[in-house]
Design a protein around this ligand. Structure first.
Ligand SMILES: NC(=O)c1ccc[n+]([C@@H]2O[C@H](COP(=O)([O-])OP(=O)(O)OC[C@H]3O[C@@H](n4cnc5c(N)ncnc54)[C@H](OP(=O)(O)O)[C@@H]3O)[C@@H](O)[C@H]2O)c1
Length: 320
């Protein structure tokens, strides 16, 4: 297939870095946009061979600059997202208004495709601003540009994520671990390389589906995920179901911190399962497999949190 010029917003995140590697290895040329080239440039530069990656620094609502970037690309991919609101970062700006703008400009320049990463499990979470802003974003995109594709992943994990790695740190340090909604919320965790394969297949035009729910091969409850993480780091911890009133009070205190452990909005989101809704096709329906097993993949990096590290005698005898 002819190499494409692909513009990626939010490229410095977990999904973005893996995606750049996949696209450039397959000869596509990537233009990665970041808000701060001095802070993030080095993480990006190492993701591709010289000549395949251009890095552009951009304050995000610089419409003229965005127009000129979109004019030069055949595919635009938006990976920008936040988990909590802080200072001037509001869910609406980032999850609704910015994708609205990108999809309008993509339509105006009539590019081949606009690919947007939204989230799974947001349809019923009316009381979460994260969920409603993502859903509004999806609707605007679909109205603005018919050649847009919305991908809705469940929990995306890898050594570069902020979920399994943060939880392994917490489980390492805390003697007890609070769990919310008795740990019953269900997820279909997908490994970042499996998600990147789905994005790649969309880029290559292997599917014309407009909305795809991106799920991994298993359904795991929040409690099962925590138990698997504990097993991987070889720790035993007391899991305490926290009444939601107390969880909300604690979340309000966490929200004062620069990087809160959990927010009230995330608690609202956690009330709802994060698995295929049945409303849209999944990657499996489209014959795009996601085979990586959660327990096997986390073992590949959990040694960072196990006593003694990777090559301690105990760890080696347990793995072999
Ligand atoms: N990870 C998951 O489990 C998961 C699950 C479902 C959906 N998603 C969605 O998938 C997308 C990518 O996820 P990810 O895990 O790769 O995200 P991530 O690691 O948090 O990266 C997000 C990117 O967004 C940009 N960004 C962050 N705050 C911004 C702001 N205020 N204004 C403009 N840009 C900002 C950052 O780029 P710069 O700092 O370089 O500008 C960053 O590279 C997001 O939309 C996310 O909601 C992720």
């Amino acid at each position: 297939m002819k190499p494409k010029e692909i513009l990626v917003f939010g490229a410095t995140g977990q999904i973005g870095r893996h995606l750049i590697r996949k696209l450039t290895k397959n000869n596509h040329k990537v233009v990665a946009v970041t808000r701060n080239i001095h802070q993030k440039g080095y993480t990006l530069k190492t993701q591709a061979n010289p000549g395949y990656l251009e890095i552009v620094e951009l304050p995000y609502f610089n419409i003229e600059k965005i127009k000129s970037l979109i004019k030069e690309c055949s595919i635009c991919i938006n990976l920008i997202g936040i988990l909590f609101e802080k200072r001037k970062n509001f869910f609406k700006n980032i999850h609704t208004d910015f994708p609205d703008l990108l999809s309008k400009l993509s339509a105006e320049k009539n590019i081949e495709k606009f690919i947007h990463i939204s989230s799974l499990g947001i349809e019923n979470s009316n009381d979460s601003k994260y969920a409603t802003s993502k859903l509004d974003g999806e609707n605007k995109i679909k109205n603005n540009f018919k050649s847009s594709v919305v991908l809705k992943p469940s929990l995306v994990y890898s050594v570069d994520d902020n979920f399994t790695t943060n939880f392994m740190t917490l489980l390492n340090r805390l003697p007890i671990m609070p769990i919310y909604y008795e740990g019953k919320t269900k997820f279909a965790p997908i490994h970042v390389t499996d998600l990147v394969q789905i994005i790649f297949d969309v880029v290559q035009g292997k599917t014309n589906e407009q909305t795809i729910e991106c799920i991994g091969p298993e359904i795991l409850s929040f409690k099962e995920i925590i138990l698997k993480l504990l097993k991987a780091i070889d720790k035993k911890r007391l899991l305490i179901p926290l009444p939601i009133v107390i969880a909300k009070m604690m979340a309000r205190i966490f929200e004062i911190m620069p990087n809160p452990l959990i927010t009230v909005d995330q608690l609202s989101l956690l009330k709802h399962d994060n698995i295929s809704s049945g409303k849209y096709k999944t990657n499996f329906d489209l014959n795009i497999k996601a085979n990586k097993i959660f327990e096997e993949e986390i073992l590949k990096y959990s040694f960072n949190w196990r006593s003694g590290g990777q090559f301690s005698r105990d760890n080696i005898s347990k793995i072999s």
